[in-house]
Design a binder for this molecule. Structure first.
Ligand code: BGP
Length: 487
């Protein structure tokens, strides 16, 4: 009998993750064009407004004339945490924790301000050169996401985002430019962040204004189809330029439990798992699964494809599956199954697990379950590229931040990852989400803090931007030093 696995393999890629639109700021600096994420806004909560949902809260017409009325709105992703000017300090802190890898994204609009230029913006390219060089100084591998919930707003205005096939060549030109420029600095790439979340937010994932499409679900699958093709073409191009590169796909993993052992509930859980696994199925197995063709037919979902699309998808599959894992879901069969599913947070509560400050269920065992399921289904390397606890943190008068709740959350999830590795799962690494406090994707709040590093800034952008090590900073440093043995 061969040796049982006891823990994380040598070379396990410990680190942290951010996204350009949630950290960089400098939203119009050095030639960058406006991104869709620069319109992630909410009414100023301190001026009587309340935190609304993620996308710009006015009609599409007003968005397209964004200068028309910005009064009362806050656009936190336009300032982020000013990573653009703090990246050296931040990377030094990541190195102090012992990071082996750092997940970040490239802002498309820094490289092609409108997305349609023939030539890239040299100052945009230069910024990421400097970031990668800084990471290299500390021996930290970049893990680069090409599209992480942002794109040039001009592509929304002209094409309504990924509703148009025109986005495919524009994206592959962006990808090829990055591959050519950074081929000697970046080995690990992800094409699209959480592509399955097109179903939850067309604007965030696909740069599509929902009120300009007749069927939002069909529009999400149309955008996903074009992104499948674009991702496969990017892999094809990438492998020619960087034969040694590892290019992966990425989903938001929605591990779903049936509420009871009633076969109807179990069947509904399977159906919802299919909706989630459709994305790695296409990107790793290389074809549309029959269960989704049936789903499209039975639900009257139509979108444009071309025969050659399917050969591109078949011939250019992802090297690994990366995913975000925050929580698990509960579902059940019956007449109201449809409206109970597809929400960011499960409508049916799981009585066996606690909730975070933002009501997200906390389920570490679910991570072991999901790792086993994904490994059993695909037998390709896996990478947990987002996992973390958004919480209210308190900066003490002595400039300390005590976050035992975050240490417990991360510790429990790392423990379950270790169990999965001992079950035989091939796991490449773990990049904790929001390794430094940043702007929330879903609410644009600064106060939903994820980091092991505190950033002195409030929801309105006020603060010194000082970086402060939390208790979890020192704890995570020990975890990495021991390759997870202390867990
Ligand atoms: C994922 C995004 C990340 C991150 C995370 C946490 O969907 O890929 O960008 O933001 O969600 O969500 P939030 O920031 O809304 O707490």
């Amino acid at each position: 009998m061969n040796q049982l696995k006891k823990g994380f393999p040598e070379g396990f890629l410990w680190g942290g993750a951010v996204a350009a639109n949630q950290v960089e700021g400098a939203y119009l600096e050095d030639g960058k064009g406006l991104s869709t994420s620069d319109f992630a806004a909410y009414k100023d909560p301190y001026a009587g407004g309340e935190v609304n949902n993620f996308t710009f809260n006015v009609s599409s017409q007003e968005l397209l004339e964004y200068t028309a009325n910005e009064s009362g709105y806050l656009f936190p992703k336009r300032w982020g945490i000013d990573f653009y000017h703090h990246y050296k300090e931040d990377i030094r802190l990541f190195a102090e924790m012992g990071f082996k890898v750092f997940r970040l994204s490239i802002s498309w609009a820094r490289i092609f301000p409108t997305g349609m230029e023939e030539k890239p913006n040299e100052k945009g390219l230069k910024f990421y050169d400097l970031v990668f060089d800084e990471l290299k100084k500390y021996g930290i591998e970049p893990l680069v996401t090409l599209s992480h919930y942002e794109m040039p707003i001009e592509l929304t205005k002209k094409y309504n985002g990924w509703q148009s096939r025109e986005l495919i060549p524009l994206f592959t030109r962006f990808a090829e430019t990055c591959f050519e420029r950074y081929k000697d600095k970046v080995t690990y790439w992800i094409t699209f962040n959480e592509m399955n979340m097109n179903l939850n937010s067309l604007y965030t994932g696909a740069g599509t204004l929902p009120d300009l499409v007749s069927n939002q679900e069909a529009a999400a699958y149309q955008a996903s189809h074009y992104q499948f093709v674009a991702s496969s073409l990017a892999i094809q191009i990438g492998k020619k330029i960087m034969p040694q590169a590892k290019i992966g796909c990425m989903i938001c993993r929605l591990e779903t439990y049936a509420e009871t052992c009633n076969p109807e509930d179990q069947l509904q859980a399977l159906k919802e798992d299919h909706i989630n696994l459709f994305y790695p199925d296409v990107q790793v197995r290389g074809e549309y699964p029959a269960y989704m063709k049936r789903y499209f037919a039975e639900n009257g979902i139509e979108f444009e494809t071309l025969p050659e699309d399917f050969e591109i998808i078949r011939s250019n599959t992802a090297d690994f599956i990366s995913f975000s894992y925050y929580m698990t879901y509960v579902t059940k069969g019956g007449p109201d199954a449809k409206e109970l599913s597809g929400h960011l947070v499960s409508k049916i509560k799981n009585p066996y697990i606690k909730l975070s400050d933002w009501g997200w269920p906390i389920d570490p065992i679910g991570l072991r379950i999901t790792l086993n399921k994904l490994w059993d289904r695909y037998q390709v390397p896996l990478f947990v590229v987002e996992n973390g606890l958004g919480a209210v943190d308190t900066l003490e008068s002595d400039e300390t931040v005590h976050d035992p709740y975050r240490i417990e959350y991360m510790g429990e999830h790392i423990r379950q990852m270790k169990e999965a590795v001992c079950d035989g799962v091939e796991l490449m690494g773990y990049t904790s989400w929001g390794c430094i406090d940043l702007i929330s994707c879903g609410t644009s709040q600064m106060s939903k803090r994820y980091g092991m590093i505190y950033v002195d800034q409030d929801d309105r952008g006020n603060g010194s931007l000082k970086r402060i090590r939390k208790d979890s900073f020192f704890w995570y440093k020990k975890v990495i030093e021991s390759n997870g043995e202390v867990i």
